[in-house]
Design a protein around this ligand. Structure first.
Ligand SMILES: Nc1nc2c(ncn2[C@@H]2O[C@H](COP(=O)(O)OP(=O)(O)OP(=O)(O)O)[C@@H](O)[C@H]2O)c(=O)[nH]1
Length: 252
């Protein structure tokens, strides 16, 4: 059985901090959030994990390959560099959706996101890597077909943004509800989804759903590995095969 390890990173008591003693300048909050994401991405990435920025005050990481000590060291490093701290909840499951549900519940049990007493919680257990023949992480790298020709070079930038966001919203809801997957926008016209071990038909369904829902054509490269980094690189190579061959689903 393969297990995805998902870590929910939540900034402790961030809401009150943003308005104490008075509302802080938005430009400073935006700078803090993007730097914190960049640092967390690098710290987790050094161990082969991926972090998705989601709402910035809550970030979701795929942390197969990181144990509790690795998580604690990252919390310490962030605490030393920033005026805020991070709590981590860790969940593992064959279903990425369930892993994040469990990770969230652990943090909620430890206290509210706006509880001044709750700081640097590290809750949950990490998973041992399964034998090499069982890759734990499955990633699907989705990309809009010819986004540059269809949208970026044709429409104004805001209209393109609306189209891309609508496709993202359609895909994230479908993968979550139908296949227990968690899809994250990563920039440009790209969405990376952490998924269970799905069949080709599931990807064909998802692509058909987005086409029917918002009239946008996607392709997807799928990859597996013992870490997110391994799975993600395999998915990128599979996506390149889609580009070369004009296909919609590769890597399975
Ligand atoms: N995060 C991330 N962004 C990417 C990646 N590849 C492309 N992008 C983004 O996607 C944008 C569009 O690039 P492409 O997807 O290569 O271009 P396209 O016009 O859709 O062409 P095709 O993908 O060949 O259909 C780029 O400007 C980047 O912002 C990737 O691997 N990761």
């Amino acid at each position: 059985m393969t297990n995805t390890q998902v870590t929910l990173a939540q900034i402790d008591n961030y809401g009150p901090w943003t308005v104490t003693p008075n509302p802080r300048k938005e430009v400073d909050l935006q700078t803090l959030q993007s730097r914190l994401y960049a640092d967390l991405s690098q710290l987790v990435g050094m161990h082969g994990g991926y972090v998705f920025f989601t709402r910035f005050d809550n970030m979701v990481a795929i942390t197969n390959g990181l144990d509790l000590e690795d998580h604690a060291r990252i919390q310490e490093s962030i605490g030393n560099r920033y005026p805020v701290t991070l709590s981590f909840g860790i969940g593992t499951s064959t279903s990425p959706r369930d892993a994040l549900v469990d990770a969230t519940a652990l943090l909620q049990e430890a206290g509210s996101a706006q509880d001044a007493e709750r700081a640097e919680v590290l809750a949950g257990q990490t998973t041992e890597p399964t034998p090499a023949e069982d890759d734990d992480v499955h990633l699907a790298h989705f990309d809009v077909n010819d986004a540059t020709g269809e949208y970026t070079d044709e429409l104004d930038a805001y209209s393109t943004f609306i189209h891309i966001e609508q496709a993202y919203a359609s895909l994230m809801r479908y993968l979550h509800d139908a296949h227990d997957g968690l899809a994250f926008f990563v920039g440009g016209d790209n969405v990376i989804a952490v998924v269970p071990d799905l069949e080709r038909a599931a990807y064909e369904d998802a692509i058909r759903h987005v086409r029917e829902d918002v009239d946008m054509d996607l392709k997807v490269g799928v990859g597996s590995g013992v870490t997110a980094q391994d799975a993600g690189m395999a998915a990128k190579h599979a996506l390149e095969i889609c580009r070369e061959d004009g296909t919609h689903v590769e890597g399975l």
